[in-house]
Design a protein around this ligand. Structure first.
Ligand SMILES: Cc1cc2nc3c(=O)[nH]c(=O)nc-3n(C[C@H](O)[C@H](O)[C@H](O)COP(=O)(O)O)c2cc1C
Length: 191
């Protein structure tokens, strides 16, 4: 797919079919990530790929996080049970879930730049997925960043969870894109 068209036509796909995605296709998506720019070639990314029954591990971590959050918020038992069950199910919304982790840098600036590099990597992945006929969505949220999820992925101080990418074959059509004109966001400084 031509690049400009891929950029303009990519959109978040939150409904995908349960059909498995071949490992080779997932590897193409991963390969595109590591070509992202990264300052001082720190290559700060780390990927966790969950497919098939492997998503069960991710589901358990999400469910346990939801349980802890319910406890932290003093939620009643019934409400908590619903929340835990919903979180568990979310792990199975797509046949592939890829977690993108950014590693800590040697100082605060490098840590920030590592995170930026990982965001560029995620965009590469979204575009590659799109060009391969896959649907993808970048998801985060309070569960995603919770201390329990960090522990599940073995994160240390300065490491960050950048994205949970849900991938699969699209089960929805295109939506109109809503974006302000770039001219509204641009200040030109001409000679
Ligand atoms: C850092 C980040 C976090 C996101 N987290 C979520 C999320 O938790 N749930 C969700 O539905 N979409 C999430 N998105 C996707 C955005 O909602 C989506 O990109 C936006 O609606 C624009 O739509 P488009 O991707 O189709 O252009 C996230 C995007 C980014 C960049």
């Amino acid at each position: 797919m031509e690049l400009a068209r891929a950029i303009a036509s990519r959109q978040s796909i939150n409904r995908v079919r349960p059909d498995p995605v071949p490992d080779g296709v997932i590897e193409e998506v991963l390969e595109s990530a590591v070509h992202a720019p990264n300052h001082k070639i720190t290559e700060p990314w780390l990927f966790h790929v969950f497919t098939g029954k492997g998503r069960g591990e991710f589901a358990r971590a999400r469910a346990e996080t939801a349980r802890l959050q319910a406890e932290e918020e003093g939620e009643g038992e019934e409400m908590a049970a619903g929340r835990i069950s919903r979180e568990r199910k979310k792990a199975f919304r797509a046949p592939v879930v890829i977690t993108v982790v950014s590693r800590a840098g040697r100082d605060e600036v490098e840590t920030r730049e590592n995170y930026a590099a990982c965001s560029a990597a995620v965009q590469n992945m979204l575009l590659t997925a799109h060009s391969l006929g896959l649907g993808a969505i970048w998801r985060t949220g309070p569960v995603a960043y919770h201390e329990h999820m960090r522990a599940f992925f073995g994160l240390e101080e300065g490491d960050g969870i950048v994205a949970y990418l849900y991938l699969g074959y699209p089960d929805m059509g295109e939506r109109p894109r809503r974006r302000e004109a770039v001219a509204e966001k641009t200040v030109w400084h001409r000679g």
